[in-house]
Write a protein that binds this ligand. Sequence first.
Ligand code: 5RP
Length: 293
Amino acid sequence: MPDADQSAGSVAKAYAPGVPQRVEGFFLKGNGHLDWGMKDRLSRIFHPDSGRTVMLAFDHGYIMGPTSGLERMDLTIVPLIAHADCLMCTRGALRQIVPPTSGKPISLRASAGSTILTDLNDECLLDIEECLRLNASMVALMVAIGSKFEALTIRNLTTMVDAGQRYGVPVLGVTAVGKDLVRDARYLGLATRVLAENGAHVVKTYYCDEGFEDVAAGCPVPIVVAGGKKLPELEALTLAYHAVSQGAAGVDMGRNVFQAGHPVAMIQAVAGVVHGGLQPAEAFELYQELRQA
Ligand code: 5RP
């Protein structure tokens, strides 16, 4: 069980979600003591005034092949780039379809390994020099807490954090969820905290309906939320709304953007929630207006 003391029921948890973590010298929690290069890179990804970001994830092909909506990334992803704060992709996609003139910070998928045809998460890492060559603003890797590749992926995290610290590149730890693991607050709270304690500067995880506020409060670095499987647009906007209202620093969304009926309208509606403070219904209205434009 991930959390033995909680299951014993003897010790109350005290996350104090309403009390913001004190941050000195920077706008992102847990990252106040980093060197200049790290802070510069993070400031390209997160808006310094709000601490929030809308990241566009289209790295799915590295384990899933030509995912729906990503069959022709040159046609479907390129029009979205202007509306994203940061692009999360593989080095293949970056070199193949992302215009170097786009000026967007890159969260580079820097772990690679087994696909959906076998066991996921048996991964290795890209060379940090390759990440620097591609001007990555952040490097992202999978960490599979509770899976048989837990130790391997934590070693990967340690290796990448060491390399990132050496060169000033922040690390995004992505909580992989295996088939047998439940995406509840207990699991996500454990996984996000383990990633942060092992040096991840930002953590990507899933939203959960109950207890997400505690997950966010218990993670000492910013959390960005993945969208997960495609939902109806209003539901996806509601997920983004709840996530940021309950402490996420933004989203790192893929399928719910590029599989939306109108992806360019959808990413702008998501930004309306994350940056514009729109309620889900207002953001959905914006989506409907933009899809007709
Ligand atoms: C795949 C990833 C994806 O980037 C992540 O799952 C985000 O995409 P989505 O919003 O479609 O869940 O980390 O390994």
